[in-house]
Design a protein around this ligand. Structure first.
Ligand code: ZN
Ligand code: ZN
Length: 296
């Protein structure tokens, strides 16, 4: 027989779990709305993911789950409805995003509504036996992370050949050499560091995008100065003081537009990621309650 104290704890656990599940659903809904407004951009984040991790303090795997379920919900409205009405729990929803599609949705929604989580997982594995390796980068110590990634036969042969060239059986060494080599060759920041030693009189223009008029192109040495100063990262500063810092697909923005006499000088140029660059030029057309302070 349960003591009244234990009974009280079980009731409390049940009630808390119920509220926990319903907050997951609520969070999913509000994140979907933020995504549709790109509401993370004015704050200085360039994706819903970095917003979830840095601003909301969710873990990376929680953030991935919310995004995956929200994305599936946009593709399959019936799935969205079932999750929002809590006919399907968030944990069930998260598991089934890898298998459900518009053709099989009826069947999978029925399974998700009737089966406990473990049984649903078994059904998913049966359906999807050769599920691709889930990529993962996991911190294991202060100085080391574990990388898990599936590779195809061709990549495996390349890796073996590189090990031969390096005379090593150590995968980490082979990977390190390849990464270093690619970065030295292709990273604009590394190239800008090397270009520092080239005479500043060189003025081969740099073009960013095929649509750009060559007359508007920025002299190469100026481009390299901007790259070095901004470390190749988006400098957009959001309303909460967050500097975006994204380094993928960055562009160079003229603070004073070139068309109005803005110069190709480092002081007039700013590195922005594609999303923040677009936002910068279009923010007056986007209905927002918060206006952004610009970092320059
Ligand atoms: Zn611009
Ligand atoms: Zn950005």
């Amino acid at each position: 027989m349960m003591t009244s104290e234990l009974e009280r704890l079980h009731l409390k656990a049940k009630d808390t779990a119920r509220r926990y599940r319903s907050s997951e659903t609520e969070l999913l809904q509000v994140l979907s709305e933020i995504e549709s407004l790109r509401g993370y951009l004015p704050l200085g984040f360039n994706s819903l993911f970095s917003y979830c991790v840095s601003y909301l303090g969710l873990s990376e795997s929680q953030s991935y789950s919310f995004m995956a379920v929200a994305k599936k919900g946009r593709e399959i409205p019936e799935f969205k409805k079932a999750v929002e009405s809590q006919e399907i729990s968030f944990s069930h929803a998260r598991k089934m995003v890898s298998v459900i599609n518009s053709e099989n949705q009826k069947q999978w929604l029925a399974k998700a509504k009737s089966l406990p989580l473990k049984a649903l997982e078994r059904e998913i594995v049966k359906e999807n036996p050769q599920a691709p390796v889930v990529e993962r980068l996991r911190l294991v110590s202060e100085n080391e992370s574990e990388l898990k990634v599936g590779i195809d036969r061709e990549m495996e042969a390349d890796l073996k050949r590189i090990q031969e060239l390096l005379r090593t059986s150590n995968l980490k060494q082979a990977l390190k050499a390849v990464l270093k080599d690619y970065r030295m060759r292709h990273d604009p920041i590394e190239r800008s560091k090397r270009a520092k030693h080239i005479a500043k009189t060189e003025s081969t223009p740099v073009r960013f995008g095929a649509r750009q008029n060559p007359r508007r192109s920025i002299p190469r040495h100026v481009f390299h100065d901007v790259q070095r100063r901004d470390n190749g990262r988006c400098q957009f500063k959001g309303t909460v003081g967050q500097v975006c810092g994204a380094s993928f697909g960055v562009e160079v923005h003229h603070l004073e537009p070139w068309a109005y006499g803005g110069k190709h000088e480092a002081a007039n140029l700013l590195t922005l990621c594609h999303r923040h660059h677009h936002y910068w030029h279009h923010r007056d057309q986007i209905p927002r309650t918060v206006r952004t302070q610009t970092g320059s």
